[in-house]
Design a protein around this ligand. Structure first.
Ligand code: ATP
Length: 206
């Protein structure tokens, strides 16, 4: 039994970590254990074209050029607008976050049979979402390892990757706030770490 005030699963957890830490990779391991995973960043991208209320708000705020004639988001236009103006970026986030929160709540209500669920996001701590989540898993790896992974995955330059890392929360700070830490730096096998946390959560849920 849990004191979490919901009629659905016993708990919802966040999984986060800096760019290249391997949070998506680790989340996939939880998926193979039948744990539902909500990928907040990809849902946010989707909702920006499918959520009529959000679309209307984006057009009102940033103009009709935000969308192409076929309804697709004009990412290049919007990126140019928001990345040159921090005020506009936070305005965009303040439109998107509540709609993602709502979508997440609907999604959670459909996962009634799961012992627990995972919400995956790069910005769990910064957005205030961590307060609503029961526990947080942080995936950790040293900066050099993360840069190497992202260089290979995305073909970005070291400077571009470092810029993103500098915008994110410091890894030590993340670890400090974590309930569980998964070390994805090659020092320890990842799957046994996932299984240990999974077993703990199953025990808590039953
Ligand atoms: P982002 O914040 O960009 O979404 P992420 O934290 O979700 O990144 P992943 O996409 O899971 O990170 O991993 C980044 C890259 O590193 C991927 O190409 C992944 O396959 C690779 N990777 C992750 N963990 C390991 C590992 N233990 N060994 C080797 N490669 C790994």
């Amino acid at each position: 039994a849990s004191d979490w005030s919901s009629d659905v699963c016993s708990s919802d957890l966040g999984i986060t970590g800096g760019i290249g830490s391997g949070k998506s990779t680790v989340a996939r391991i939880f998926s193979t254990l039948n744990i539902p995973v909500y990928d907040a960043d990809s849902h946010a991208k989707n909702l920006m074209t499918t959520d009529k209320i959000l679309v209307a708000e984006i057009i009102r705020e940033f103009g009709t050029l935000s969308y192409q004639s076929d309804g697709a988001l004009d990412r290049k236009f919007l990126a140019e607008v928001v990345f040159n103006d921090p005020g506009k970026l936070s305005r965009l986030n303040s439109l998107v976050h509540p709609r993602v929160d709502l979508d997440f709540e609907h999604w959670v209500s459909r996962q009634a049979s799961a012992p627990y669920i995972l919400k995956e996001a790069a910005l769990l701590f910064n957005s205030g979402a961590s307060k609503k989540l029961n526990k947080i898993i942080v995936v950790a790896a040293p900066t050099e390892v993360r840069i190497e992974r992202i260089r290979r995955r995305d073909g970005r330059t070291d400077d571009q990757i470092k810029k993103i890392i500098n915008q994110q929360m410091d890894q030590q700070e993340m670890e400090h706030r974590a309930d569980y830490i998964i070390r994805n730096d090659g020092s320890e096998l990842v799957i046994p770490q996932v299984l240990r946390i999974h077993q703990t959560l199953i025990n808590l849920a039953s």
